[in-house]
Design a protein around this ligand. Structure first.
Ligand SMILES: [Mg+2]
Length: 720
């Protein structure tokens, strides 16, 4: 048992002081009017900007037209005044480099101009462009250090906002981050490019269906965030949690989640105080947080927002992760966003709810009211099937990461095999299309499209299958393989691009058939039939955790890429390069750089875990075990007691052996390629860390609790 002394984490008075922000909203009804209050929103823009400037800015935001450089000084001046009125002293370009986090550098609004005077200004140039030194961000070789310049460029489609802290506030300007030659150094630039690509291709399909009014197809996204909260004072005594975000050791506690008593259970009071403050802060920033609940594992929780356009939703998701961490620490918690902080209980995911929507609000994955709109809906569904079937490897690659590997494939998260769950009704429609003999079981009145009969599609006609990685949930797809710590931009970028490719393929075929005089509905019918025949193997409605599915999916030729090390070759494979360059989402050089960045990220994480395991086992566990052995030896007087000493001795010897082994295996050869290093991590280092863990966890069950140096799973998971 570890005693929580003072000096670990925060004192009670510090906690109270930092909780001051939350105390402002203790009274009910205070939520009214706070939504988006700290956002330079469309409404604020309308009120504060001259009307011609407002109109020009909105045109840029809506149509993607280049920003009129003549108006940026006016926007900057208005934005600055608004920010200062809201307490801001600094401004910051805010971007999403390849670290997986966000980056910011604050500049004061005040500029000294000599003679003891200062100028109080914020120019259009400062709003539009920043020039952070890019040399300390991962670039994967895109940029040599001597040309280290990177540029941040204002993204007007995501509104600026004000981030408060205990002593003031900062005006935050969402930006993209590119090299001097325009190559993406961030996660947002490719996302924006992929949104443009899917918009172009989806519009072609809509035009074929006679839609002449839609100007733009937007990607919508909503990311559900799972996380753990542990007491900061206990976490401070776990170097593994502090350094790697997960517990490298820890015996299975007597109680885990066997009783299923945590999911949707009553939220503990201290956690609720944290959630209340978190949501208050997020609502001020215009983040549409909607639901909160206990998750399946003890100390695990979930927050879910409403969907928004993918660009904004991504920025908001990054804010959610940032604020989860900072607000948790005000409440004496450490928030763990790692995919698998604790062995033996569920890990955390981030379900990416993805859909396509026209600018007048028609959801393209919503079954329609008429035969024509149903046919259009089926074309979009078929495109999604084709996309996941053809590019499952890229989808798997988009969620790779050392942390997520622990989760995918365990019986809590979707497996690494990409498949689609459509629900019984849609399954049967595509089965019927593929094989005319296979009549759907529907009793509903059939409706006609083209020359084939279709049953009426009822809205939200889908069951929930929690085991499928890519599931249709009535009017959107839910991609469940995304890891809790990951920026959802990566998976959304891949989804958009593979969807763009399928829509392009369909549109090209339909356009040429129509041009050749073919009746459109007949052309659509044939397309759906062929597509169903081709892509039916991607549909699976059974239990994706079952061993049967491993065999069946292999029979269907679906890849099962269990480890991130094995995902790496897909990052810049031939088919990846040809796909992403065709739609202008990544250049070949960018994909090669992403390979290096993703691989190095994976390798570094595993090496840090190995080093951390060696340090803890060598300097904490071994010492505790030896101390206990001394006590036990001195006390043992009977044969049975001496047997205990012998058993302990064996464990200690095994600990020393495995520790030495891990140390040896942690040496990398200079001549190894990046891929060889990653393979070594997967095949050698990770198993050696697990082997060391086995002995440490066994020792935890033997060594005197008073001497055990690490807080146990019971203490971490059940201290509320
Ligand atoms: Mg959940």
């Amino acid at each position: 048992m570890v005693a929580i002394g003072s000096g670990n984490g925060l004192s009670e008075s510090e906690l109270t002081a930092m909780g001051g922000v939350a105390s402002r909203m203790q009274t009910s009804g205070e939520l009214t009017g706070i939504f988006g209050k700290l956002v330079f929103s469309e409404e604020v823009q309308r009120q504060k900007l001259p009307s011609t400037v407002f109109k020009s800015l909105r045109d840029t935001i809506r149509s993607g037209k280049p920003l009129d450089s003549g108006i940026v000084d006016t926007i900057a001046a208005v934005m600055r005044d608004w920010a200062v009125d809201n307490g801001a002293t600094h401004f910051s370009h805010w971007f999403q480099p390849m670290t997986g986090n966000t980056a910011e550098k604050h500049d004061c609004f005040i500029t000294p101009i000599g003679g003891g005077r200062s100028l109080d200004k914020f120019s259009g140039v400062e709003l539009v462009r920043g020039e952070p030194d890019a040399s300390s961000f991962p670039s994967g070789g895109l940029r040599a250090t001597f040309e280290a310049r990177g540029y941040t460029a204002w993204d007007p489609t995501s509104p600026a906002f004000i981030l408060r802290h205990s002593r003031g506030a900062t005006l935050v300007i969402p930006t993209i981050f590119v090299s001097w030659s325009g190559e993406a150094l961030d996660k947002k630039t490719p996302l924006l490019r992929s949104i443009r690509a899917v918009n172009e291709q989806a519009l072609r399909i809509l035009r074929l269906f006679g839609d002449t009014t839609t100007r733009r197809v937007e990607v919508t996204m909503g990311a559900e965030q799972e996380y753990f909260l542990v007491d900061r004072r206990l976490a401070a005594l776990r170097p593994d949690l502090l350094v790697t975000g997960r517990t490298l050791f820890g015996a299975k506690p007597p109680k885990g989640q066997e009783l299923d008593d945590n999911y949707f259970g009553a939220i503990p009071e201290r956690v609720l105080a944290f959630m209340t403050e978190l949501e208050y802060e997020l609502l001020l920033l215009g983040v549409p947080v909607k639901t909160r609940h206990n998750e399946a594992a003890p100390a695990q929780f979930e927050l879910a927002p409403m969907f928004e356009t993918a660009n904004l939703a991504t920025d908001h998701q990054m804010l959610v992760m940032q604020l989860l961490r900072t607000v948790a620490s005000r409440h004496g918690f450490l928030c763990l966003l790692h995919e698998k902080p604790f062995a033996g209980v569920n890990g955390s995911g981030k379900h990416n709810n993805w859909s396509l929507m026209t600018d007048d609000g028609e959801n393209l994955f919503e079954p329609g009211e008429t035969p024509e709109s149903n046919a259009q809906f089926l074309v979009f569904c078929a495109a999604a099937m084709r996309a996941v079937h053809r590019y499952g490897n890229l989808l798997r690659m988009s969620v790779c990461g050392a942390g997520n590997d622990h989760r995918l494939g365990a019986s809590e998260a979707p497996p690494a095999i990409m498949s689609i769950f459509l629900g019984r009704a849609l399954d049967e429609i595509f089965e019927h299309l593929a094989d005319n003999e296979k009549k759907p079981h529907f009793r509903a009145e059939p409706i006609e499209i083209g020359i084939s009969e279709f049953p009426t599609l009822s809205r939200h006609d889908s069951d929930r299958n929690r085991t499928a990685p890519f599931a249709f949930t009535g009017n959107k797809f839910e991609f469940r393989a995304v890891g809790s710590s990951q920026n959802p931009a990566g998976s959304t970028t891949v989804l958009n691009t593979i969807m763009a490719e399928s829509l392009d393929h369909f549109a090209t075929r339909l356009e040429s058939e129509v041009a050749a005089g073919r009746e459109f509905r007949a052309a659509v019918h044939d397309l759906l039939v062929e597509s169903a025949k081709e892509d039916l193997p991607i549909l699976y409605s059974g239990d994706c955790y079952a061993d049967y599915w491993k065999m069946e999916s292999a029979r269907r030729g679906l890849p099962n890429v269990v480890s991130s090390a094995d995902c790496l070759p897909h990052v810049n494979s031939k088919s990846s390069i040809s796909l992403f360059t065709k739609y202008g989402v990544y250049s070949e050089a960018e994909l090669n750089s992403r390979f290096e960045i993703i691989a190095e990220g994976y390798i570094s994480i595993v090496r840090i875990e190995a080093a951390s395991a060696i340090e803890i086992a060598g300097t904490m566990i071994l010492q505790a075990a030896l101390r206990y052995k001394k006590e036990l030896q001195a006390a043992a007087s009977t044969e049975l007691q001496l047997e205990l000493v012998k058993e302990l001795d064996d464990l200690i010897d095994r600990l020393i052996g495995r520790l030495r082994n891990l140390k040896t295996l942690s040496n990398f050869r200079d001549e190894w390629t990046t891929q060889q290093q990653a393979d070594h991590c997967r095949a050698v280092l990770l198993p050696a860390i697990s082997a060391l863990r086995q002995v440490v966890d066994a020792l935890e069950g033997v060594v005197d609790d008073e001497l055990w140096p690490l807080p146990t799973y019971t203490e971490l998971l059940f201290s509320r």
